[in-house]
Design a protein around this ligand. Structure first.
Ligand SMILES: NC(=O)c1ccc[n+]([C@@H]2O[C@H](COP(=O)([O-])OP(=O)(O)OC[C@H]3O[C@@H](n4cnc5c(N)ncnc54)[C@H](OP(=O)(O)O)[C@@H]3O)[C@@H](O)[C@H]2O)c1
Length: 356
């Protein structure tokens, strides 16, 4: 297939607000080196973590400005570098890119790519990579939940919250979730008992709902003060999985940005580690560290998620589809807290068979 000499990307020109994002034309097409693959991107997702990358408060980026954000993508193998085996031109693949996916073409290490099965639409597959994977690994690798256990999901309407709810339903969990008032019905439809955290004390409500026993696991990316309250509603032996500092990332927790809340979090987690209460456990989940430590799990778990979606056990919630050049609008909507589920950026046509 003939490919163009130039391509488009959305670049972060400097760290800051949404207007630092620029739609640019670049050339020539990047060429894959040994062990690398050029991918024509079909879909990327827009995520809250992309906003942290844009603001320069995400520590996992190893690129110099200007560069495209974009934590995940699904695309087509467009060119193979020397020595690449096991992948074919035209094959659809997925990857957790961390940065770089807001682009029409990109280079990726062949070893990181996960095949996307025929029958699964690229926009559904891309939703699995960051948000559902985070949810899946927190449920089954960090908290090791079992059927009929009770869990509390904070931010249950968000991208990760929605994924936790859908996977929790498949796993037979009893679920409670915090959400603002406009999103109560959305959360209820996911099979979660909603708690309006703005008008109700979630700790009192959980203890009332569980007859004072508490829940077996809590998933919390809100902030350190919330973590303390979440810990208090754990049943003996329960697990608190922390995975972000949402309020601090929006500049709501401290005038010192994320540094001070991050230090507070580390200190609080150490204290819980040294002096656990009733056998409770606290852990921090990071998708990037987990993949670095256990690359095999990442591929196994993503393939398992693709199969769950293919079999109709999951219903990826794509709230909005926007063309790549409207990435700034996608980030504005996420930052304003308007999204339920996920926004997918459409980059190029999905040509693989998806009628399944
Ligand atoms: N560690 C990892 O590997 C990893 C991976 C993915 C994401 N994350 C982190 O996880 C967090 C959520 O990501 P996401 O993609 O799901 O974001 P998202 O789609 O933007 O959803 C977050 C939702 O949380 C809700 N929320 C805000 N304040 C809240 C509070 N005080 N209590 C309860 N809910 C509250 C908001 O909805 P309402 O307030 O309207 O209900 C918001 O829409 C982010 O901090 C992100 O960086 C971490």
């Amino acid at each position: 297939m003939k490919t163009p000499d130039s391509y488009h990307q959305v670049l972060i020109t400097e760290h800051g607000d949404v207007d630092v994002l620029r739609w640019v034309e670049s050339s020539p097409l990047p060429e894959p080196g040994p062990g690398q693959v050029r991918v024509r991107v079909i879909a990327a997702s827009a995520s809250f973590t992309d906003i942290m990358v844009r603001k320069g408060i995400y520590s996992g980026v190893d690129a110099e400005l200007p560069y495209p954000p974009g934590y995940d993508m699904v695309g087509v193998v467009d060119a193979l570098g020397p020595g690449v085996t096991g992948l074919a031109l035209g094959q659809r693949v997925a990857d957790l890119t961390v940065w770089g996916a807001y682009t029409e073409y990109m280079i990726r290490p062949a070893e990181k790519l996960v095949p996307v099965p025929d029958g699964l639409a690229a926009e559904d597959a891309v939703v699995m990579v960051l948000s559902y994977m985070t949810a899946y690994q927190m449920l089954f690798r960090s908290a090791d939940v079992k059927p009929e256990q009770a869990v509390l999901i904070h931010g249950a309407s968000g991208a990760v919250g929605t994924a936790l709810a859908q996977l929790g339903r498949v796993a037979g969990l009893k679920m409670y979730g915090t959400a603002s008032s406009a999103k109560q019905d959305y959360v209820r439809n996911l099979g979660v008992t909603p708690i309006d955290y703005k008008t109700e004390d979630f700790t009192a409500r959980i203890m009332a709902e569980t007859d004072g026993s508490g829940v077996d696991a809590v998933f919390d990316a809100v902030g350190v003060d919330n973590f303390k309250r979440s810990y208090s509603v754990l049943a003996p032996g329960g697990t608190l999985v922390t995975y972000g500092l949402y309020k601090a990332s929006l500049g709501e927790d401290s005038r010192l940005g994320v540094a001070w809340p991050f230090l507070k979090m580390l200190w609080q987690m150490k204290l819980w580690d040294w002096f656990p209460e009733d056998g409770k456990r606290v852990t921090f989940y990071s998708i990037q560290s987990q993949r670095d430590e256990q690359p095999g799990w990442f591929k196994d778990d993503l393939s398992a998620l693709f199969n769950l979606a293919l079999e109709g056990n999951l219903d990826p919630q794509v709230w909005k589809r926007l063309p790549l050049h409207q990435a700034a609008e996608a980030q504005r909507l996420i930052e304003a807290g308007e999204v339920r589920g996920k926004i997918v950026l459409e980059v190029s046509p999905d040509t693989a068979p998806t009628g399944g």
